[in-house]
Design a protein around this ligand. Structure first.
Ligand code: PLP
Length: 389
């Protein structure tokens, strides 16, 4: 039972939905950092949005785009999103698209729309910190599937299949992955879709890093299977995590149902932001390639540095901007992250992303090569006196 503590009488005001819901472990560590720390913790590009998008935001406000937008988002923006998403699903139309407040609100609304008490929800471990609490809020049972080092942190469809029961309602997938940086090959995407089709399971696909891919191309879960909800966002693509704007792509029926929830949750997306990202989609997109190019250089530096420190084993990520090395020092991952923080580097302990994250540390390489090099010098010195397993 949830209560307000520290009062003379404990008053029971909160819904049981809050039971077991804790503050994210990621934020705990960030709160302990000071300005001098080298930040390899945070999951956001260190760039600014392209200038023409910032100009378009101001122009939108000046031109009077300050009123409510349609619940689903501005038609012209939905149309521009359709054009971009056609590479994944050629027959997509505006009816497949709703603008959201970042992928975060799309994920939250999806859980609200699908999860019921007793449902089983499959989610990746290690995986992004939202998935498990979302199922807990709706009293659905979170069931994790493993992302393993020996499989390059790519899920194995046969292992997922073994976890499916008649209670399985949804499977959450995230490629490229936060925190692992893995990108799923086409066969894996196809294999998971087949399992979902055979068992009438909804796929909730978090594809916020689809543009940040280093080898080959991104394989989306969008396609012929109707029960796929794909969440995407401008947060990472246009380096605007603070703007809070993203989108959902799904079947017209699912979009119509979830748009009802969107109305009662947020009324509508932000009109001036919609105008600004529309200008972004219509304008030159070389910003994205330049950003990915910078991330690729940084990835190569950090992977190389980590693998040259005895005790770390770091796979080369294929997407997103995180490395997730395992280590064999005699220290748990929370204490190791604190040890690094005291030495001057912010990282995130692996178990913040699930039980299987134990024995790992996540470093974000959304920072300059110079800072990554400095950070790795500090990390290298900080582990020198740690005992090995
Ligand atoms: C895998 C993943 N999904 C969703 C989000 C949230 O994205 P948004 O800023 O669009 O809400 C993040 C942010 O870090 C993420 O890493």
């Amino acid at each position: 039972m949830s209560v307000i503590e520290g009062q003379e009488e404990e008053i029971d005001v909160f819904s049981t939905r809050l039971d077991g819901i804790e503050k994210s472990g990621i934020r705990k560590i960030f709160g302990m950092a000071d300005e001098k720390s080298i930040h390899l913790g945070i999951g956001e590009p260190d760039f600014n949005p392209p200038p023409h998008i910032a100009v378009a935001l101001k122009e939108a406000v000046d031109a009077g785009y300050n009123k409510y937008s349609p619940i689903l988002g501005l038609p012209e923006l939905r149309e521009a999103i359709v054009e971009r998403m056609k590479r994944y699903k050629s027959d997509i139309t505006m009816d497949n698209v709703m603008v959201t407040m970042g992928a975060s609100s799309g994920l939250a609304l999806s859980s609200m729309a699908f999860y019921e008490p007793g449902d089983e929800i499959l989610f990746p471990d290690p995986g992004f910190v939202f998935y498990k609490p979302h199922s807990m809020i709706y009293r659905a049972k979170p069931v994790c599937y493993a992302l393993k080092h020996e499989h390059g942190y790519v899920p194995q469809p046969d292992e997922i299949n073994e976890l499916v029961t008649e209670k399985t309602k949804a499977i959450i997938v995230n490629s490229p992955s936060n925190p692992c940086g893995s990108a799923f090959p086409k066969e894996v995407v196809r294999g998971i879709i087949e399992i979902a089709e055979d068992n009438n399971i909804v796929i909730i696909s978090d594809e916020v890093y689809d543009e940040i891919i280093y080898e080959g191309e991104h394989h989306s879960f969008l396609g012929d299977y109707e029960n796929v909800v794909c969440l995407n966002s401008f947060s990472k693509t246009f380096a605007m995590t603070g703007w809070r704007i993203g989108y959902m792509v799904s079947s017209p029926d699912i979009i119509e149902h979830i748009s009802r929830l969107q109305y009662y949750a947020i009324a509508c997306p932000s009109t001036p932001l919609e105008r600004a990202v529309l200008a972004g989609l219509h304008g030159p997109l070389d910003f994205i390639q330049d950003m990915v190019q910078a991330f690729r250089r940084r990835r190569d530096v950090i992977v190389d540095r980590l693998n040259n420190i005895d005790g770390f084993d770091c796979l080369k990520p294929h997407g997103a901007f995180y490395v997730f090395p395992s280590y064999d020092f005699k220290i748990n991952d929370t204490d190791l992250a604190i040890h690094f923080l005291e030495a001057g580097v912010v990282s995130t302990y692996g178990s913040a992303f699930g039980k299987r994250g134990q024995g790992h540390i996540r470093f974000s390489y959304a920072n300059s090569v110079e800072n990554i090099e400095k950070g790795m010098d500090i990390v290298s010195d900080a582990v020198a006196d740690l005992e090995r397993n």
